[in-house]
Design a protein around this ligand. Structure first.
Ligand code: GRF
Length: 216
């Protein structure tokens, strides 16, 4: 990523958009030194997309019906490139990216998942954690590859599972951590202070400059 210019985030979402909102508020507060280049949704009625409109960010959606996956992704990539997006942040984007998309933004796509990966990938991760009976779960920010909820891990936060938790109560506590670590990870990636060895993402400078800034 080029230094010296303000980098631009592309946010992809399919639903409520609370992670997008947390990132956007950090950008607007100057805690994240970047701009929101485009907010895209595969669902025209996603509440997160309506929120992007209210914020006044460039945003839009594309109809998925009848469009083959790679063809769809080619159109999304074109939109993101036209808006000079440097870093793509999946924030509840309910589509697996094609190889074309992953190559087009190689090493520049992040995702957040509500479990401590590699445990409980896929849908309903909080419910999966409860059903399995784990005592600790959490959330993970990772680079995106072509597999589901795979890719080198950037940040994780743990959340205890309480005896009286429901999927809703557990999700709510995990979400607080999601909102914190996603911005931390974005800040870290934008700074470029890391190298990747196999699956390991290793900080090349202390994380002190990145921590505590986003604590609720
Ligand atoms: C979050 O739990 C995130 O971890 C998962 O999808 C959910 C999106 O929530 N990938 P929101 O739309 O950001 O509120």
């Amino acid at each position: 990523m080029s230094l010296g210019v303000r980098r631009r985030l592309g946010i992809l979402l399919s639903g409520r958009g609370s992670n997008f909102e947390a990132i956007a508020r950090n950008v607007l507060a100057g805690k994240l030194e970047c701009d929101i280049g485009f907010v895209f949704s595969n669902r025209p009625n996603a509440p997160g997309l309506a929120m992007a409109r209210e914020f006044g960010f460039p945003c839009g959606s594309l109809e998925t019906k009848g469009v083959e996956r790679e063809n769809y992704d080619r159109q999304v990539v074109t939109i993101l490139q036209e808006h000079r997006v440097d870093l793509v942040c999946l924030a509840g984007y309910m589509r697996l990216l094609s190889g074309y998309f992953v190559s087009a933004f190689s090493g520049k796509i992040l995702n957040i998942h509500p479990s401590l990966l590699p445990a409980f990938p896929g849908l309903d991760a909080q419910y999966q954690a409860l059903a399995h009976g784990v005592k600790i779960t959490g959330c993970t920010v990772h680079f995106v590859d072509e597999q589901l909820d795979s890719g080198p891990i950037l940040r994780q936060a743990s959340v205890p599972v309480l005896d009286d938790d429901t999927a809703e109560s557990l999700s709510a506590r995990i979400l607080v951590e999601e909102h914190r670590i996603y911005s931390e990870a974005i800040r870290w990636v934008l700074k470029g202070n890391y190298r990747i060895e196999g699956r390991r993402v290793i900080e090349t400078e202390t994380a002190s400059s990145c921590s505590n800034v986003f604590s609720p």
